[in-house]
Design a protein around this ligand. Structure first.
Ligand SMILES: O=C(O)CCC(=O)N[C@@H](CCC(=O)O)C(=O)O
Ligand SMILES: [Zn+2]
Length: 328
């Protein structure tokens, strides 16, 4: 039954009250796409883990990865040893295989959210699920991995965005991520109101947005390069201390500024298939934005991440980043 949770949540046929037993604990569905795994006994090394997928509906590899983990839990191959909250983000967008329906869910995770509509309502439900989960498990360090895939190719196919917040990232996170096959880290320079930012900013969690390759439809993902990431998720579910690797294997960048789209005439001046982290030298015109003017690289070369000219007016159309040394 547990291994069918994703499918049944999308069909909205999962019986809400249906909880059950698995090796080492129980599972409880709290709402459509909200599932809590509770161990009978927590290991000392357990974190309270939030694992979210499908915040963008067309990013299917992370959903398949979590599906594999749940199948292993159900088969008794992963004895539960930590409290884990599993979240399916934008259910309607997943059904439609689209990034979002009305607006980008991953910009709505803020306490003062005033908007109404499907995505704002879903953001409120997900925020409440995270608040309640962390409140139920105050004795554990908090962790949130929000799993995505990127629209385009990347010089580093697997990378994380480290949200801007006061909480300091613990050194073991870099070791775990390196061992899990992450190739680059992008430190954010300002509040971004994404889901991982929510848990870091409001709950002092260790939290990241993980980009795990490129967007593809269900059944067309190559999960082989994600095997080391699967091992990290399995360790977290079992409450074991994950294995660590060498953070020096990863490239580190910091966002220096972002390009926002102001006018309907906005266009990016480089090819659509330019990979993430492509570097542009000083003097390069990166964007034209009607009356708002052009964006030109100044003295330092800049690497472009998440360029997307088709975002809503006022939204982020690209991040511009510089390399930085690895954390001490
Ligand atoms: O490939 C793209 O252009 C977008 C991929 C994506 O959805 N990225 C996340 C990053 C969130 C963050 O900045 O932490 C997003 O744009 O929401
Ligand atoms: Zn995404």
């Amino acid at each position: 039954m547990l291994s069918e949770w994703i499918e049944l949540s999308l069909e909205e046929t999962w019986p809400e009250s249906r909880s059950g037993r698995v090796r080492g604990g129980t599972y409880t569905p709290h709402a459509p796409g909200v599932l809590e795994l509770t161990p009978s006994e927590c290991r000392e090394t357990a974190r309270a883990c939030v694992l979210s997928v499908g915040i963008h509906g067309n990013e299917t590899a992370p959903i398949e990865l979590i599906g594999q983990c749940l199948a292993r839990v159900e088969a008794g191959l992963l004895p539960l040893g930590a409290p884990v909250l599993i979240l399916l983000g934008n259910l309607e967008a997943i059904r439609r295989a689209e990034r979002y329906v009305d607006t980008n869910l991953n910009r709505l995770f803020r306490h003062d959210l005033g908007e109404s509509g499907m995505e704002p309502d879903r953001a409120r439900l997900l925020m409440r699920a995270v608040d309640d989960f962390f409140a139920r498990h105050p004795e554990h360090e908090r962790l949130h991995y929000d799993l995505h895939t990127a629209i385009r190719d990347s010089r580093y196919p697997r990378f994380v965005v480290d949200p801007f917040a006061e909480t300091v990232t613990r050194p073991e996170q870099w070791r775990w991520l390196a061992q899990a096959g992450i190739q680059a880290v992008l430190h954010q320079h300002q509040h971004s109101w994404t889901f991982s930012h929510y848990s870091k900013h409001y709950h002092q969690a260790q939290a990241f947005t993980l980009e795990l390759g490129r967007v593809a439809p269900f059944g067309h993902n190559d999960l082989a390069p994600l095997a080391p990431m699967a091992r990290l998720l399995e360790a977290l579910l079992e409450g074991r201390e994950p294995r660590g690797g060498d953070p020096a294997r990863m490239a580190f960048f910091r966002v220096s500024h972002e390009i926002r789209r102001h006018s309907p005439d906005f266009r990016l001046c480089f090819a659509d298939d330019t990979p993430n982290f492509s570097e542009f030298p000083p003097g390069t015109r990166l964007a034209e934005d009607g009356e708002a003017g052009d964006v030109i690289v100044e003295e330092t070369p800049l690497s472009v991440v998440f360029p997307n000219a088709k975002v809503e007016l006022g939204a982020r159309a690209a991040l511009l980043a510089c390399p930085v040394p690895p954390p001490e």
